[in-house]
Every structure is written in C-alpha cells, then in structure tokens.
Design a protein around this ligand. Structure first.
Ligand code: C2E
Ligand code: MG
Ligand code: MG
Length: 396
C-alpha cells in the first residue's frame, strides 16, 4: 500500500483502499460489520463467530486480498495479515478487545501474511517489548551501546579492506545483547534513527583513534537501516560525523539491504547517491535473501555486493548454493561491483569462494567481531593475512 502511495500518488492509494474495502464487504459473512480504522488497517466485527469460524473467515479474506487489484488500469498486489480477539474470552470492553486484536495482528505480521488468534503469551511479549523500548532509549543516551568490529579481507592475499561495525548493547541486567534482540525494537519504535547516529559517531571516533595510533584500517562499514533513509537526515549526519573526526569520506562504507529496493520511496536512492558522490562507499548487504529487480539494482549507486551467509554456509555440500554464489559473482561482475562473501567459517568455503572469483571474505574463518582493542592487537599480529593464507588454493 505504502509503495503504491509513494510511487503512484495518493489518488492511487485511495483507489486501492476503496477496492480493498469493496472486496472485504463482498466477502464478509452476513451480519458482519466492515470498517476502516485508518491507514491500511480494517476491522471486521463478526457477532456470530467463535474462534474456529473467525479463523476460517480471516484465512479466506486474507487469501482473497492477495489476489491482484485493478487500480488505475494497473494490477496491484498487496499482502494482508489478520489478528483476532474474541469477546468475552479475551476482553469485554471495546478498547481492550481492539488492543488484543492489535497484539495478535502484530504476531501475524511477524509471521508474514498469516492469521493469528490472540493468546496471553503475546500480551506478555508486548509488555516486554514496551519495556525493552524504554530501556533502549536510555541505553542510547546513557552510553550502553558498544561496537565490535569484524575484519573483511581481500580474497587473494588477506589484505585488510574494511572492518564492519556491529552494535552490541551492554545491558545492566541482561549482559551483552546481540543486535538481533534489539535492532527490530529500535526500528519499530523509531529509535533506530538515534541508534544509527550513535553507531556512526562511535565508528568514526574509533577510526580516527586508530589512525592516530598508526593502525592502518582503510575503511569502516556501518549498517544502515532503511528507516534511517526515511527522514532525509542521513547525508547531513554522515558529513558532520566525518568532519567532526577529520576523516575523508573514503574511510566510510554504508551497508544497506535489499528492502531498500522494494520500499524505495525515491528519496532513499537520491540520498545514497549524494553520499556516494561524497566518496562514501555503498554495499548491498545480505544479497540474495530479499527481492531485487535487476533494473532497480542498476539504479543504485553501489560499490559492493555482500553474498548472504546462508549461501556461504551451504557451499560445501549443496550444488545449488554453489550455483547461486557463482551467479551472484557473475551478476556483480556485470554491474562492475566487488563481491564480498559473509559468514565464511571454513577453509573449504574460503577456497571455493576464491575459485568463484569472489573478491573479499568476511567471517569467523578470518576473525570474529572483536572489541576495538582486540581488533588492534589482532591486526598488529598480522592475524588477517595469516588466516587468509591458510585458505589459499592448493597447487593443482
Ligand atoms: P549483517 O550486517 O549481515 O552482519 C553480519 C552478521 O554476521 C554479524 O552478526 C556477524 O557477527 C555475523 N557473522 C560474521 N561472521 C560470521 C560467521 O562466520 N558465521 C556466522 N554464523 N555469523 C557470522 P551480528 O553482529 O549479530 O549482527 C546481525 C545483524 O544486525 C547485522 O547483520 C546487521 O543487519 C544488524 N546490525 C548490526 N549492527 C547494526 C547497526 O549498527 N545498525 C543497524 N541498522 N543494524 C545493525
Ligand atoms: Mg552488515
Ligand atoms: Mg550481512
């Protein structure tokens, strides 16, 4: 829906909403009330239905909504998810019933386009998410975020190309949390913008410190969430962070994901282009897991494509993964991009990737993500080259 709104304008968005409403009305069981809550959310009241019947209706309706809509002579595809709450089992007041249906909807969305009935565990989870969000806000301001850095090396000789900054949260009660546990919270609560700024700041500060210490780290790679490109502030923030720490733009790379291509509100590409023109390198992260239209790939100002680690993991025993990796290398070559393999864990994987012509390697095989001081020690000891050399192709 948002996509259509952004690319075709609000008239098209309105037309789609009307078409969805009409289809819901036509398909709803007799006696049902169909209403729109706002945005792209609709509500159905089914006074006669129990859990079983409600689930059945919801499944059928979401399925019907997945069939194409004709909007301004274009065919539009939308997904739909549904959350269900029952009265009196789950709640008896209007507000509470709506709140619980909403929590169930959240769970359904997390499972992508499914239908979900409310249960109490979801409620506890929602409470936990709210607490986590409040804590995260304090964590960002209170300096509880730390960066670890993972080296990325040239495939032929193990020369350091970049280090990827990976955020961790030193939680006062729970210990060191991995990003999987809080990035999505940050994205959903709008905190990602602040989090991203903090990461950018720390990464640039660290780069400047390494340079002062005479440690040669050519570039730091910072992950950027799609949402950080919504506000339009990113190019300004990057410029300021670089200036504050006296770094050239070439010392920074930004990693974006394919969701950028699916969502692109025009602005995102333009901002990346602006950054690219400054000299900041742009990498497409986790490539192969999302959906990319080839035409759109070409429009993005990319330098690097990172093969997702799921393909790398399967390289040793899955001919399909090998074929995909080979295809990504060829595609990147055709687009003039460098290819990085992520999640390289074994010598065999490293060797295969080199044979495929992959340019750079990153993964436990070279090094785990390390705290800044550990990374410095690792580099001083020549660790990257040593690790990479052990995976060089064997003489024929
Ligand atoms: P990513 O950008 O694809 O980062 C690579 C992830 O793979 C990291 O996990 C890294 O620790 C892990 N990894 C590296 N080598 C290996 C390996 O050989 N084997 C295996 N199994 N895993 C390996 P991490 O640090 O948990 O980060 C997960 C994701 O969180 C990142 O995926 C990135 O999408 C996101 N993330 C991390 N830091 C930030 C940040 O500052 N901002 C944003 N927006 N996202 C971040
Ligand atoms: Mg990354
Ligand atoms: Mg990745």
């Amino acid at each position: 829906f948002k996509d259509l709104n952004d690319t075709r304008g609000h008239d098209a968005g309105d037309a789609l909403l009307c078409a969805v409403a009409a289809r819901l009305r036509a398909e709803a069981p007799p006696g049902a009330t169909v209403a729109r809550l706002g945005g792209d959310e609709f509500v159905l009241l089914l006074p006669q239905a129990g859990a079983e019947a409600a689930m059945q209706h919801a499944r059928r309706l979401t399925q019907r909504l997945r069939e194409p809509f004709e909007v301004q002579r274009l065919s539009a595809l939308v997904g739909a998810s549904a959350g269900i709450a029952l009265a009196p089992e789950h709640a008896v007041t209007r507000q509470e019933l709506a709140r619980r249906a909403d929590i169930a909807l959240y769970t359904a969305k997390a499972q992508r386009g499914s239908v979900c009935l409310f249960d109490a565990a979801q409620d506890a989870e929602a409470g936990e998410r709210a607490t986590r969000a409040a804590e995260l806000r304090q964590a960002i301001a209170g300096g509880q975020l730390r960066l670890h850095y993972q080296p990325r090396v040239a495939a032929p000789d193990g020369a350091l190309v970049s280090v990827e900054a990976l955020v961790r949260w030193q939680h006062p009660r729970l210990g060191l949390l991995q990003p999987g546990g809080f990035i999505d919270v940050a994205e959903r609560t709008g905190l990602i913008e602040e989090l991203g700024q903090e990461v950018l700041e720390q990464a640039c500060r660290q780069m400047a410190a390494w340079r002062r210490q005479g440690l040669e780290v050519p570039r730091v790679s910072v992950n950027v969430s799609m949402q950080q490109l919504r506000s339009g502030h990113l190019p300004g923030c990057v410029r300021q962070a670089l200036a504050r720490h006296g770094l050239p733009a070439t010392a920074l790379e930004l990693e974006v994901t394919e969701s950028l291509l699916a969502d692109d509100a025009q602005g995102a590409t333009a901002q990346l282009r602006e950054l690219h023109e400054l000299g900041v390198e742009i990498a497409l992260d986790d490539f192969g897991t999302g959906y990319s239209a080839m035409a759109q790939l070409r429009r993005l100002p990319l330098d690097v494509m990172k093969i997702d680690r799921s393909f790398v993991a399967d390289l040793e025993h899955d001919a399909g993964a090998m074929a995909i990796a080979r295809t990504i290398v060829a595609l990147a070559g055709a687009l003039g991009l460098r290819v990085v393999a992520e999640g390289v864990e074994t010598e065999v994987q490293a060797r295969r990737l080199r044979e495929l012509g992959c340019h750079e390697l990153q993964g436990y095989f070279v090094a785990r993500p390390l705290a800044a001081t550990d990374l410095a020690a690792f580099l001083r000891a020549g660790g990257a080259r040593r690790a990479a050399a052990s995976g060089l192709p064997l003489p024929a």
